[in-house]
Design a protein around this ligand. Structure first.
Ligand code: HEM
Length: 211
């Protein structure tokens, strides 16, 4: 059950998650997007998708460090925002950038390997978004956790997608790569630590049982 405080934070995060979109609408209305507004919209939505992906990845390490159980509601919300902004990013590409010219879209995707990684990241984010409900969690059982660990490959694919298409300053993709590798490293560290502890504790448990 979510506590009142958690509910308050949930609504706060929900509200904050809409701010990038409102800021984008404000910039569109004020004609504040530079010489190529469609590209600017597309890029801004891609950037926010990656930011929400990193925030989603950060919830479990934060929960482990703070020992604050019940943060999964925030992870679910941030994951849905990742999906939401990714879908807007894809729509900006398909509708605004390519004008729904499917043949041109197929050719462009075929000729741009960096987009393959974007598509891969999007497929994963989509699958996670579709299976986020408690109903899907119950139906998938143990496989749910395995499926939702794909968020890490999604993060890596998204960074490659970003890295590959940039020609100039690589500072931002390098920054995101470090964040994602650090979060993944933290998870691996916790996994190794638990495995090591289990190995040490199981023989102890056996001794107690037989004695
Ligand atoms: C979770 C999935 C995705 C993430 C996180 C993501 C993220 C990004 C980011 C961060 C950028 C660079 C923005 C910048 O220059 O600051 C970008 C650019 C781009 N993305 Fe994605 N993307 C995703 C999926 C896709 C998909 C599925 C497509 C196409 C079908 C796509 C097409 C593009 C294109 C064409 C650009 C280049 C934009 C330009 O410079 O004009 N992305 N994306």
């Amino acid at each position: 059950m979510r506590t009142q405080a958690a509910d308050k934070y949930w609504w706060l995060i929900f509200g904050c998650g809409l701010l990038p979109l409102l800021a984008l609408f404000a910039d569109i209305a004020a004609d504040n997007l530079g010489g190529n507004p469609i590209q600017a919209i597309h890029i801004r939505l891609g950037d926010w998708t990656l930011r929400f992906l990193c925030l989603t990845l950060a919830v479990t390490p934060l929960q482990t460090v703070s020992r604050w159980r019940g943060m999964s509601g925030y992870r679910q919300l941030l994951g849905l925002y990742t999906w939401f902004y990714a879908t807007l990013h894809v729509l900006a590409y398909v509708v605004a950038d390519q004008g729904l010219q499917w043949r041109a879209i197929v050719v462009d995707i075929y000729q741009s390997p960096y987009i393959w990684f974007g598509v891969l990241a999007y497929m994963i984010v989509l699958a996670l978004g579709l299976t986020t409900s408690n109903w899907a969690k119950r139906r998938l059982g143990k496989n749910w956790k395995k499926l939702h660990r794909l968020i890490y490959p999604a993060g890596i694919a998204a960074v490659i997608h970003y890295f590959w298409q940039l020609k100039g300053n690589l500072a931002m993709p390098v920054f995101y790569a470090i964040v994602i590798v650090a979060l993944l490293g933290f998870r691996l560290l916790v996994w190794f630590k638990n495995r090591h502890l289990n190995r040490l504790l199981i023989p102890l448990g056996r001794k107690t049982g037989s004695g």
